[in-house]
Design a protein around this ligand. Structure first.
Ligand SMILES: NC(=O)c1ccc[n+]([C@@H]2O[C@H](COP(=O)([O-])OP(=O)(O)OC[C@H]3O[C@@H](n4cnc5c(N)ncnc54)[C@H](OP(=O)(O)O)[C@@H]3O)[C@@H](O)[C@H]2O)c1
Length: 261
């Protein structure tokens, strides 16, 4: 199978490092024209020059802060006033770690704005063009914790589960327009975010970060963390024409970590 995303445009959230950047890189390597979103403009400007551009693509970036919903809405609305997107990768930064009762109503609201409202708003804007052209790919990066909650990730467990349910519902509505919507249940990938989570767990349990990391790896049937490129490969397939009959799914990419079937 040869995947070509030539003449496709992609918008990728949280894309200046980690999972988002790896996804953007692979989409660009497959021929898509990519717009990266993150906060650090200098980094974004450097990165778009490094993305593959064998099809003569002109990649771009958008400076956004997902944690400021009002401002985010203004920026993304301005973007969609003169851009269209064929492939939307909904990926934001994660909310703070912490247990279910220590989080306040304000914490849950902030996590809802960050993980759900930004995604819902961006998608509603992207869908107009996708419907008109009868093609679209919407891929939501969520987490395996939506199926098997992790005690120290209360905000993520809770709100990402809402994103998964919303994505499934959306897929039912958009199928007739040949637009697919899929959720990725992300496992443990070797990125800065995961290191931060290991450090938070180490502090909370009085263990070393190395011990927490080793335990996490022991729990994974494949006995290693994933690489961001491995996640990007799955997403690039879902973004392609070849994945036209895959919609409404929640696909774990986790080295077998989820125990449920
Ligand atoms: N890595 C894993 O194993 C794993 C597992 C399950 C779920 N996840 C989730 O997957 C998502 C991506 O994780 P990752 O590991 O790739 O994280 P990461 O390496 O920390 O990268 C986060 C990206 O988001 C950007 N970002 C951070 N805060 C932002 C904000 N307020 N507004 C806009 N952009 C922001 C960062 O760039 P700037 O700092 O320049 O803005 C960066 O490009 C997160 O939601 C994470 O919780 C990750």
């Amino acid at each position: 199978m040869i995947i070509s995303l030539k003449n496709k445009t992609a918008l990728v959230g949280g894309a200046s490092q980690g999972l988002g950047y790896a996804i953007a890189w692979q989409l660009a390597a497959s021929g898509a024209t990519v717009t990266l979103m993150a906060r650090n403009e200098e980094k974004l400007r450097t990165l778009i020059a490094r993305l593959p551009a064998a099809e003569g693509q002109q990649h771009g970036y958008l400076v956004v802060d997902f944690a400021d919903l009002t401002n985010y809405k203004q920026i993304i609305e301005a973007y969609f006033s003169n851009h269209t997107v064929d492939i939307l990768i909904n990926n934001t930064n994660g909310p703070k770690a912490g247990t279910v009762l220590e989080k306040t109503g304000a914490d849950y609201q902030a996590a809802f704005d960050l993980l759900f409202q930004t995604v819902q708003h961006t998608t509603a804007l992207a869908v107009k063009h996708m419907k008109e052209q009868g093609f679209g790919r919407i891929i939501n990066l969520t987490s395996r914790t939506t199926k098997e909650p992790v005690d120290s990730l209360a905000l993520s467990n809770t709100i990402r589960a809402a994103v998964v349910a919303w994505g499934k519902t959306l897929s039912r509505d958009l199928g007739k327009h040949h637009i697919t919507v899929n959720n990725i249940l992300t496992g443990n990938f070797d990125t800065e975010r995961l290191t931060e989570l290991f450090e938070a767990q180490a502090e909370a349990t009085n263990a070393t970060t190395q011990a927490i990391k080793e335990k996490a790896i022991t729990d994974i049937p494949l006995q290693r963390l994933g690489t961001a490129a491995e996640l990007a490969n799955v997403i690039t397939f879902l973004a392609s024409e070849q994945a036209a009959y895959v919609t409404g799914t929640s696909i774990p990419v986790d080295g077998g970590l989820l125990k449920s079937i």
